[in-house]
Design a protein around this ligand. Structure first.
Ligand code: HEC
Length: 124
């Protein structure tokens, strides 16, 4: 005879298993970036990427690329390349290492929704 307590544990296990299954289905979906979520993740980036014409890594003359208005997938792919080491810039590598795929997608969407408003933008 199964007691009520055992029954409730069994049904709890069934719910947990169902949730775990639902979770794995969601994870299998392609990751979708969210600009609002990205907004909360770029505090680390603005110090370099939002300063017009700023050059980092003195004395090497490195022009920090503009990200505002850039394609979301391009940004996410660039960040993944730094994380994997395919792109070599040491600062960007250590920054990208701390980002998840979801972070990269969110940040990509955030910057894609911005504009390259720098007065020094050579494309203007
Ligand atoms: C200390 C300064 C600094 C910080 C902080 C920084 N970056 Fe960068 N970033 C650079 C420099 C310099 C480059 C160019 C590196 C190169 O030549 O590969 C770069 C390159 C990039 C690129 C490639 C752009 C392109 O046109 O190919 C992306 C994307 C990027 N950064 C995103 C970010 C994001 C997102 C953050 C915050 C999570 C961030 N960066 C923080 C300095 C910085």
């Amino acid at each position: 005879m199964i007691s009520m307590k055992k029954l409730s544990i069994l049904s709890h296990l069934a719910v947990t298993a169902a949730l775990a299954f639902a979770g794995s289905v969601v994870q299998a979906d392609e990751i979708k970036g969210n600009a609002a979520a990205g907004n909360a993740k770029v505090w680390l980036c603005v110090g370099c990427h939002s300063i017009p014409d700023y050059r980092a890594d003195y004395p090497f003359v490195y022009k920090v690329p503009m990200l505002g208005g850039q394609n979301a997938a391009y940004i996410a792919t660039a960040l993944a390349s730094y994380k994997k080491g395919e792109r070599k810039h040491p600062t960007m590598r250590s920054i990208a290492a701390s980002l998840s795929d979801q972070d990269m997608a969110d940040i990509g969407e955030y910057y894609a929704a911005q504009t390259a408003s720098s007065p020094n933008n050579p494309l203007k």
